[in-house]
Design a protein around this ligand. Structure first.
Ligand code: PAF
Length: 297
């Protein structure tokens, strides 16, 4: 354990809270980072199943640490700008998990920062976290091919298994991005649960959205296949048939959706690369308009 650092967990949504509880249950030092505007309190109690843990809180990075941040896509850039202002961040390592992609990831993230991709499902009811779907996770560095941080990986794997090291996490992230682009906006447009998409969305619609993603990924050196992406989306939609996607939940609760980092990202990054992505652009526009109409009601 010689090179181990204490954990700082950022993002108190379901996944961040679950990870904080699981790390603390391993006897590891864990602090929760509060938002700057959050009311002052020195600790928070979180519960999962029959276990409760009381975790100290902080507003900033005051010491070198391992940071686990599971946040909404639109919170990533402001969070990174805030972290970069703290001198202790220089000797800290960031593990980041969020849906979608940002155009300026390469400038915001350092090469050794890590992406954590997961299929675990969880939700929060006040201070109680429900680990609803046991999945698996992958971890890899922003810059492909860097060495695996052994102790950090071991601790994350013990906290929430199984975890696989992925030296090329970018391809896995693109796969997840594609599945989210194929499922989430359609659940808002059709206002339906994931499983109903299998009847609501035509094969041609999914094909066009997937082909545009494949074309952009290719420009970025990532090889994907439209048929595989669609198969994967179909499997996820049937495995989570009764669920409302995170985007539909955000839409129904009047929150900002992540559309600009999913289909919106595909549309804008394609335009920058000299490609067109009309199906993704139209979906992004539709979700933004539906959200605007909802806010005006
Ligand atoms: O964002 C979500 O809701 C999930 O990632 C997914 C895979 C679409 C399942 O609901």
């Amino acid at each position: 354990m010689s090179n181990a650092l204490p954990w700082l967990v950022i993002g108190q949504g379901a996944i961040g809270s679950l990870m904080a509880i699981r790390l603390a249950e391993q006897g590891l030092p864990v602090q929760l980072k509060l938002r700057q505007e959050a009311p002052a309190k020195t600790s928070t109690t979180l519960t999962c199943g029959d276990k409760s843990v009381r975790l100290p809180t902080t507003r900033s990075v005051t010491q070198a640490c391992w940071i686990f941040a599971a946040v909404k896509a639109y919170d990533v850039a402001p969070l990174l700008r805030e972290l970069h202002q703290s001198p202790a961040f220089r000797s800290s390592t960031l593990v980041l998990s969020y849906n979608g992609m940002l155009n300026d990831e390469a400038t915001l993230l350092r090469p050794h920062d890590l992406h954590w991709v997961t299929t675990h499902g969880a939700y929060r009811e006040l201070d109680r976290v429900v680990h609803a779907g046991h999945g698996q996770s992958w971890l890899g560095t922003q810059q492909a091919g860097l060495a695996q941080p052994q102790e950090l990986c071991k601790q994350l794997a013990q906290a929430l298994p199984p975890l696989t090291w992925d030296a090329n996490i970018a391809t896995r992230r693109w796969h997840k991005l594609a599945v989210n682009c194929l499922i989430n906006p359609f659940t808002v447009v059709h206002h339906c649960r994931n499983g109903e998409l299998l009847q609501q969305v035509s094969a041609a619609q999914w094909q066009q959205v997937a082909e545009e993603i494949v074309a952009l990924a290719a420009v970025r050196g990532i090889e994907l296949e439209a048929a595989r992406l669609i198969d994967h989306a179909r499997q996820v939609a049937s495995a989570t048939a009764a669920n409302r996607s995170s985007m539909l939940q955000d839409y129904r609760l009047g929150r900002t959706t992540e559309i600009s980092y999913l289909n919106g990202f595909i549309a804008s990054a394609s335009a920058e690369a000299g490609l067109t992505a009309p199906a993704n652009a139209a979906l992004a526009q539709q979700v933004l308009e539906l959200s605007r109409d909802r806010d005006l009601r």
